[in-house]
Design a protein. Sequence first.
Length: 95
Amino acid sequence: MVDEIKLGQAQHRGIRADELLNNSLLQETFQYLEKRYLEAWRSTKVLQTVEREKLWQAIQILGIIQEHLKGHVTNGRIAAEDLRRLSAESQRKKS
């Protein structure tokens, strides 16, 4: 029962993460921020090493956020499949 609850939570989180990744406003926001960070990074002067590094880190963080959400989507799909398998096993045992 506990496993089913955890799997259900993972499935729900996966669904929510998928909704976020497919949300046009969020996609637009990621694209906008990446473009702005890259423009700012390219326009830094030679001696602005610290600023350039911070901008580069910001760009990397955007990717990390997206990958983290994709991980929840994958885990949610796996959890959904595990729940289907558990339900099928439970039905077989009742028969």
